[in-house]
Design a protein around this ligand. Structure first.
Ligand code: HEM
Length: 287
């Protein structure tokens, strides 16, 4: 992971001016989890569009949902053909699933959704966290210097990015029993929306919640959810984001904004579409 992250950052630093999303943030998420799952390498060009559409389809029914439906169906259809053709990379999670099918431990028609359910939430979320890390550190050079002085703050800084920018804004839940939340009585069966992004900036819990501060204890942030259905990939997402940040700290003197960042439109995901940056190389950084 560190090696791949460092190669991505080294190439970006050599270019100097980059799009932080396309040239840096997308690199690890679009290769790591697809490799783990065994997604065929010749079927990856649509992944970002398909995965973004999957999140759009989870939101309220609106124009985004309707426009994204063909792409959502496209991802599942492709996964079905991967399973039918047994076209998964050897030694991958997908290969493991198919071996279980052969042993009669799993139904074949369960495999496409299992693959998509792990792959789709791994892409835009992590790309968003990595891109937001770079944007925040370009906008807050004092925080960048704190990290340069003390790289041990990196894991906490990643929690702080996920807190303040919450790549996944909200998910819904159905109550399985009556409950009271914030003085409001709710009955079993009610559908509620859990806004992670709002909880992460709740002034009743956080001091000065709109300030980006890599030294605050951001451990209790809720950007990965929590409990039985908390994010299954949070360890990997943290590793990917931390690896890129560590390489940036090793190779870059400062990150400068070189244009106006463009935020994407999605019902669930809070993400950057474009992030024009100038990466100023450290003198004497290894090539
Ligand atoms: C910064 C990046 C990420 C963020 C902010 C994020 C956030 C979340 C959130 C908020 C949930 C819902 C938790 C809940 O309902 O309580 C979730 C679920 C999930 N995430 Fe992530 N995620 C990220 C990266 C990943 C990655 C890299 C993977 C896969 C490798 C992944 C796989 C999943 C899966 C499979 C679930 C469903 C868990 C379940 O329902 O049991 N996520 N994620």
């Amino acid at each position: 992971m560190e090696e791949r992250a460092d190669a991505v950052v080294a190439a970006a630093v050599a270019r100097g001016h980059v799009d932080g999303v396309a040239d840096v943030a997308q690199a690890l998420p679009t290769s790591f989890v697809p490799d783990l799952i065994g997604w065929p390498t010749d079927g990856r060009e649509h992944l970002l569009r398909w995965a973004g559409a999957t999140f759009d389809s989870l939101g309220p029914v609106n124009g985004q949902t309707i426009r994204s439906t063909p792409a959502t169906v496209g991802m599942l259809r492709f996964a079905r053909s991967v399973v039918r053709r047994r076209d998964v990379l050897p030694g991958s999670m997908g290969a493991d699933l198919l071996e279980r099918v052969d042993r009669g431990e799993l139904r074949e028609d369960a495999c496409p959704a299992l693959m998509v359910d792990y792959l789709a939430p791994s892409l835009d979320t992590t790309i968003s966290a990595i891109a937001s890390t770079m944007l925040l550190l370009a906008r807050h050079p004092g925080q960048w210097r704190r990290l340069q002085d003390d790289p041990d703050l990196v894991p906490n800084a990643v929690n702080e990015v996920v807190r303040i920018e919450s790549p996944l804004r909200a998910f819904a839940r159905s109550l399985d029993r009556d409950a009271e939340v914030g003085g409001v009585q709710l009955t079993a069966g009610t559908r509620v929306v859990v806004f992670y992004a709002s909880a992460n900036r709740d002034e009743r819990f956080w001091d000065d919640p709109t300030t980006f501060d890599v030294t605050r204890d951001a451990t209790p942030q809720l950007g990965f959810g929590q409990g039985a259905h908390g994010c299954a990939g949070q360890g990997l997402a943290r590793l990917e984001t931390q690896s890129i940040l560590r390489s940036l700290l090793a190779r870059v003197e400062r990150i400068e904004l070189a244009g106006t960042p463009v935020w994407g439109v999605n019902n669930i995901i809070h993400k950057l579409d474009e992030l024009p940056l100038r990466l100023v190389a450290k003198e004497g950084a290894r090539s």
